[in-house]
Design a protein around this ligand. Structure first.
Ligand SMILES: Nc1ncnc2c1ncn2[C@@H]1O[C@H](COP(=O)(O)OP(=O)(O)OP(=O)(O)O)[C@@H](O)[C@H]1O
Ligand SMILES: [Mg+2]
Length: 235
């Protein structure tokens, strides 16, 4: 991704509205944001106000109604579905609140999935090497690599989720309430891990959360209330 001196992420005057019977619901309105390469940014807003919607727009899984989203040189608002899928596979890792692991697969197989689905075309040995490296980066002890997700604690499952996000070596990690289902100690350990990935490996991280304690681990926090009509309504 060639970013030069421009920000890695440029969200420009986007509006996101969903059609509803008898009108529409506006979730984001004229919202702009820039994120530098190598930043760790927390975006805070109340529950139900549009945080996941925003993260999905930055990650190219959803499209804005109006406005532009650039990540590096990629104009996400203009890419075809096929081009977006390829772009995501190469550049973005997603981390979710409820981990989204496949229960019938082992830890190793869960982390390997993005390498199989992406058309990257690696041999088995090379895939295994990348999976092991990602799990090690995520701090999950080798003893657990043959386990199924249900045999792990929540914090361990989230480490698997982070390893799966890292396995393609993306430059951007998008984290949607990654500690939302964990107690404070496990949550702090996950946030410390994300902080370490940002500081040591220069991963750009955008985290959305409604938890001010989790946001403290980020280097910068943006409060979205005035750009999120639903948040303003609930404030
Ligand atoms: N696919 C959709 N179709 C219609 N409306 C939607 C859709 N996705 C989201 N919305 C609307 O957007 C609002 C914001 O949703 P979003 O999931 O982005 O909020 P959030 O801030 O992530 O909430 P939470 O903190 O509970 O995860 C929802 O209340 C809903 O009204
Ligand atoms: Mg959400």
């Amino acid at each position: 991704m060639n970013t030069g001196s421009r920000p890695l992420i440029r969200v420009q005057e986007i509006t996101k509205a969903y059609p509803r019977r008898g009108g529409e619901i506006v979730v984001l309105e004229d919202f702009s944001l820039e994120v530098a390469a190598g930043e760790f940014l927390a975006i805070m807003a109340p529950s139900g106000s549009g945080k996941s919607t925003l993260l999905n727009l930055i990650g190219g899984v959803d499209r804005a109604t109006r406005g532009e989203v650039w990540v590096g040189d990629a104009p996400l608002h203009r890419l075809s579905e096929a081009a977006l899928t390829r772009w995501r596979a190469e550049h973005v890792g997603f981390v979710f609140q409820l981990y989204h692991l496949l229960p019938i697969l082992t830890v190793l197989k869960n982390v390997e999935l993005p390498l199989i689905g992406s058309g990257i075309g690696l041999g088995r040995g090379e895939r295994r090497r990348k999976v092991a490296a990602a799990l090690t980066l995520a701090g999950l002890d080798e003893r657990f690599w043959g386990f199924k997700p249900m045999e792990l604690s929540g914090g361990q499952q989230q480490r698997v989720g982070i390893a799966r996000a890292l396995v393609t070596d993306p430059d951007l990690l998008l984290c949607d309430e990654p500690t939302g289902d964990l107690d404070q100690a496990a949550g702090d350990a996950i946030m410390a891990l994300l902080q370490d990935l940002n500081r040591r490996y220069a991963k750009t991280i955008v985290l959305v959360t409604h938890d001010p304690h989790a946001a403290e681990f980020a280097a910068r926090t943006v409060h979205l209330d005035k750009h999120l009509p639903l948040a303003a309504a609930s404030a």
